[in-house]
Design a protein around this ligand. Structure first.
Ligand code: HEC
Ligand code: HEC
Ligand code: HEC
Length: 121
């Protein structure tokens, strides 16, 4: 009888330890996640030379401030590294930046009034 109770309390202790381990892992994952979510968009910009029409600066903060999340763009619209080949023809056909800059989700890429919103001379 006595030894059985002993085992039970050992098991209870083990269960408690397990809970602490699980909590620790969850906390660690949260810290890592928040760290990576904040590290990239704040002040992060990607520059494009602009094909002679003035350079284009893509600002991660401007986009994050509009409530956009990483997976709104990565990786279905853009890879997570520099180097996409972007043309206005693709954009005006609703690809790359044009998935949003189509006059619905954001200002339209093909409208002459908007060229200078992206291209800075
Ligand atoms: C509105 C669209 C958009 C959103 C939202 C977005 N990104 Fe990006 N990201 C881009 C574009 C565009 C590039 C450049 C891609 C290219 O040149 O091919 C890029 C590039 C990157 C790169 C590579 C940068 C480099 O210097 O090589 C990383 C890393 C990245 N994004 C991470 C993130 C993370 C993390 C988030 C969310 C916190 C995020 N992005 C949200 C559009 C976006
Ligand atoms: C939403 C932002 C955005 C708007 C609006 C925009 N562009 Fe662009 N444009 C880009 C990006 C990004 C590139 C790729 C630049 C690079 O790869 O260096 C580009 C490339 C170009 C190029 C060179 C490549 C090609 O496809 O010919 C020309 C020319 C150009 N844009 C003209 C224009 C004109 C004219 C307008 C207005 C009618 C305009 N752009 C509006 C972002 C924009
Ligand atoms: C997932 C949607 C999305 C994608 C993809 C996207 N944008 Fe935007 N962008 C927005 C929204 C929303 C705004 C806010 C302006 C508006 O509502 O018209 C914005 C604003 C901008 C602005 C205005 C910044 C300012 O000074 O106010 C620039 C420049 C810009 N985007 C460039 C780009 C370029 C270049 C690309 C492609 C490399 C791109 N965006 C891709 C959604 C997007």
């Amino acid at each position: 009888m006595r030894s059985k109770r002993f085992i039970n309390s050992e098991q209870r202790k083990e269960g408690k330890n397990m809970k602490i381990v699980v909590m620790f892992v969850v906390l660690l994952a949260a810290v890592v996640f928040i760290g990576s979510a904040m590290a990239v968009p704040q002040g992060k910009t990607v520059e494009f030379t602009g094909g002679g029409n003035g350079k284009v600066v893509f600002d991660g903060k401007v986009h994050a401030d509009k409530g956009l999340k990483c997976n709104d763009c990565h990786t279905k619209v853009f890879q997570m590294k520099k180097g996409s080949k972007i043309t206005m023809a693709d954009m005006n056909a609703g690809k790359n930046c044009g998935t949003c800059h189509n006059g619905e989700k954001a200002f339209k890429s093909g409208d002459p009034a908007n060229c200078a919103k992206c291209h800075k001379k």
